[in-house]
Design a protein around this ligand. Structure first.
Ligand SMILES: Cc1ncc(COP(=O)(O)O)c(C=O)c1O
Length: 363
């Protein structure tokens, strides 16, 4: 079995022993006081990490569920939205909006670049009636962290709702949900949160909840009103996946013990060291340097090396898992995750293994 530390794809990420241990806990009644205490305590921790005094819901499923939840709880068929697409996950978010029959104004950005303030301002001037903006904070497919804090005030001035996909940033890269005025922030347990896949965590503003009263989409399991009513009491509308809740609660403790500032520094350092090693090994980094992600690095191998071949070689020779690209970049870039639980050594070893394998190819 692969050791956790050898998993260096950009999610799922390794799960630390304290979280593994929490998952060994026996089941408890999901309608009992013990569960309610755990759930309410965990929501407080999530609020602190995400810097929000608003509602946070922990819903069984994966990150993608957050896209759908944001849309069905606040919008109606035919509403116009502006979707900033900086990579494959931006495409997927926009596609979900299209499937629901929204009028999606897609603003595409070349891979490696960010959806910057001027672009956002321009687009929102063109679409004054847009009801919402779909924005990927950390585009995992290209290793770009879009400048969320800078575009948030522009969206506020415009007046539309701000939906943020923070699946591969939250828990690792600091986000000021309240201060930046994010209406729906969605993330997933298997990334910076150091948990197994299985939970979507969604922070929702008062404004988004108010919009829900006139939103026309039918909704059942994902209805924020039900989640709000239940969560306020420590309950969940359906049976909670207890093991996942135990895991996330333990992971929140680890995150708060480390502190988000220290955590941000650790991620930034790992990212900088990964970039430096890859560049020294002849790779060219995909992301513009000022928006390069602290949780995932994407780079083109030297020459016309196949990224998938390189990933396979790293696995065979070093027993380390890194990822190739997605969509149009599937064979042209490799991606290294430095997200959640890792040591400086883990990351240095990974980058060195990738560079060494690339050198073998080049021979
Ligand atoms: C930025 C981003 N958004 C959304 C998703 C989808 O999350 P999930 O696979 O948990 O549904 C991912 C998964 O990698 C992601 O990186």
């Amino acid at each position: 079995m692969m050791e956790a530390q050898k998993l260096r794809i950009p999610g799922p990420t390794p799960v630390p022993p304290q979280v593994m241990e929490a998952m060994q806990r026996p089941m408890i009644p999901h309608r009992g006081d013990e569960f309610r205490r755990l759930h309410l305590g965990m929501i407080e921790k999530l609020r602190e990490i995400l810097r929000t005094s608003g509602d946070v819901f922990v819903i069984p499923g994966s990150g993608s569920l957050g896209w759908e939840a944001a849309i069905v709880n606040t919008l109606s068929h035919g509403d116009e939205v502006v979707a900033f697409v900086t990579g494959d996950f931006g495409v997927r978010f926009a596609t979900v909006a299209e499937r629901f029959g929204l009028t999606v104004q897609r603003v595409d950005v070349e891979p490696g670049h960010a959806a910057r303030p001027e672009l956002v301002r321009d687009a929102l001037t063109r679409y004054p009636n847009a009801r919402a903006v779909l924005y990927t904070h950390n585009e995992t497919s290209t290793g770009v962290t879009n400048p969320l804090s800078e575009i948030a005030p522009i969206v506020r001035d415009h007046g539309g709702l701000l939906f943020v996909d923070a699946v591969s940033s939250a828990g690792a890269i600091p986000i000021a949900t309240n201060e930046w005025g994010i209406d729906v922030l969605l993330t997933g347990s298997q990334k910076g949160w150091m948990c197994p896949p299985g939970l979507a965590m969604i922070a929702v503003s008062q404004r988004a909840l108010r919009e829900g009263t006139r939103a026309g989409f039918p909704r059942a399991f994902l209805d924020f009103t039900d989640w709000k009513t239940s969560t306020a009491k420590g309950d969940t509308p359906a049976t909670a996946p207890l093991t996942h809740f135990f895991a996330l609660d333990a992971a929140c403790d680890l995150i708060l013990d480390e502190g988000m500032d220290a955590r941000a520094k650790r991620h930034a350092q790992a990212a900088a060291e990964t970039r430096a090693s890859l560049e020294a090994g002849g790779f060219s980094l995909l992301a513009d340097s000022d928006v390069a992600s602290d949780t995932v690095t994407a780079a083109r191998p030297p020459g016309d090396m196949s990224a998938n071949e390189l990933v396979r070689t790293v696995r065979e020779r070093y027993d380390i898992e890194v990822a190739a690209g997605q969509g149009p970049l599937s064979d042209s870039i490799i991606r290294i995750g430095h997200m959640g639980w890792f040591s400086r050594d883990d990351i240095a070893r990974t980058a060195a293994a990738v560079v060494a394998c690339a050198a073998v190819f080049a021979e």
